[in-house]
Design a binder for this molecule. Structure first.
Ligand code: EPU
Length: 422
């Protein structure tokens, strides 16, 4: 198993290329199941989760390869298999994104029911509700969700859940509705830029979608979709993580390709902390050279502050001059990083879905355990500023969602090394 050793204290300076968005790429790759002919995707990050999705697609008869420029080519060669097995789904929940496309194109889907994960219970009731409302028969057998429908029929669907909208449920229902008969309205749809990117991809394939990016999406069903070329948007969570890296090290970073319009809530909070965030020529520039002010952060569906940056923001606020409060409104149990940050000298006190962060003067290096993707990013951030060496075990968590993270950090001056356990 691999781990990272980080020696804290370097000020980060320079420019970082922001990769394509993992959470936009995964459902778009799944959507290629819907398409006749070739789909060509640019700016798809080379990540463990993307490779995992391509393995699943291969089992489902979709062949893929990267060309010399890094573009990902996908083509459906065999439509027989409709089974996303437990072995693959249990490794990556985004595998559920094949459900809508399989049902719409192959009229059947058998997808292993994902269990809970390190960030809490993650039900898929809204995905099933949406697809049932489009006319699918649903059954649960041997831990698999079985869905079938001779022809999907458009419907009005309310997709709101106890924690607001659902990103991948909106993606699944929108993908299925593209080939349904008639006009589907998805109310309480997720507004995340990743859903908008998927809609733009589907429109380029011939789908008729309006309202994407708002809570009401309308889809007029068409008979077929044709593969197209599409460039995936920049990863706002990776960009946000590097913003925090600049902030926590009192550094100065140009985030090439980062999009301000996707990051308003994050920029607002960081500015209140005292960080200078500006639109740059090629993206966003971030700099910091002063003490950090404490702030209150509540995670919310887009355009609110993203849950996927909650852990990283917590690492930053450990060093603020006063008490900050973070409340998690999407995944109330997404706090496994709290205990690990406390091992590094943070003063965090958790009370239900809220953490009170009493700022400290410094963090100290320690061996810590990554529990999930974003928690590992938070531990790396803490390591960048901690006194001494921080060892972040289980590097594989970070590799799921950050492309070449140690190379990108080294290039701007961080002292981080990937090591192999002997
Ligand atoms: N929910 C339900 N029922 C459902 C689906 C969701 O109650 O059927 C609840 C969830 O338990 C949660 C809330 O609704 O409380 C929102 O979950 P959502 O469905 O939006 O999450 P997701 O689609 O499974 C995506 C990202 C996550 C990100 C969340 C929230 C992908 C592949 N994953 O997950 O990304 O945290 O949206 O923004 O897009 C990550 O990248 O680290 C990650 C976990």
């Amino acid at each position: 198993m691999q781990y990272f050793d980080i020696i804290g204290g370097s000020r980060l300076k320079g420019s970082v290329e922001i990769s394509g968005s993992k959470n936009a790429a995964l459902p778009i790759i799944a959507a290629s199941i819907l398409c006749d002919g070739e789909t060509i995707l640019r700016n798809v990050p080379d990540l463990a989760d993307v490779r995992q999705m391509l393995t699943l697609l291969l089992r489902l008869g979709v062949k893929s390869h990267r060309d010399a420029d890094g573009a990902l080519h996908l083509r459906v060669e065999d439509e027989m298999n409709v089974h996303a097995e437990y072995e693959l789904v249990s490794k990556m929940r985004a595998s559920v994104c094949v459900m809508g496309p399989l049902l719409a194109k192959r009229r059947r889907a058998q997808v292993s029911m994902p269990g809970g994960c390190a960030i809490g219970d993650r039900p898929i009731d809204l995905h099933i509700l949406g697809l049932q409302t489009l006319g699918a028969d649903f059954e649960l057998a041997n831990g698999d969700v079985l869905l079938k429908a001779k022809k999907l029929k458009a419907a009005e669907i309310f997709l709101g859940g106890p924690f607001g909208s659902s990103v991948t449920a909106t993606a699944n229902v929108m993908m299925a509705a593209t080939l349904a008969e008639g006009r589907t309205i998805i109310a309480s749809a997720a507004c995340e830029p990743e859903v908008t990117d998927l809609a733009n991809f589907l429109i380029a394939c011939g789908a008729r979608i309006t309202g994407h990016g708002t809570p009401e999406i309308t889809v007029e069903g068409v008979d077929r979709l044709k593969g197209t070329e599409h460039r995936v948007i920049a990863d706002r969570i990776e960009a946000g993580t590097f913003m925090m890296a600049a902030a926590i090290t009192n550094g100065d970073l140009d985030l090439v390709g980062a999009r301000m319009d996707h990051m308003r809530a994050v920029v607002d909070r960081l500015r209140r902390v005292g960080i200078i965030v500006e639109r740059g020529e090629k993206g966003i520039t971030v700099s910091s050279s002063r003490r950090l002010e404490p702030v209150t952060i509540t995670t919310q569906p887009y355009p609110g502050f993203p849950t996927d940056l909650q852990a990283q923001a917590m690492a930053l606020l450990c060093l603020a001059d006063g008490n900050s409060i973070i409340t998690e409104k999407i995944y109330p149990d997404r706090f496994l990083h709290v205990g690990e940050l406390n091992r590094m000298g943070a003063q965090l006190h958790k009370e239900g879905p809220t953490v009170i962060i009493s700022g400290v003067k410094r963090l100290v290096g320690a061996p810590v355990m990554a529990s999930d993707l974003r928690a590992s990013a938070a531990l790396i951030l803490a390591g960048l500023i901690a006194k001494g060496t921080t060892r972040v075990q289980r590097a594989y968590h970070i590799d799921r969602g950050y492309e070449s993270i140690e190379e990108k950090l080294q290039k701007v001056g961080a002292n981080i090394r990937r090591q192999n356990e002997s």
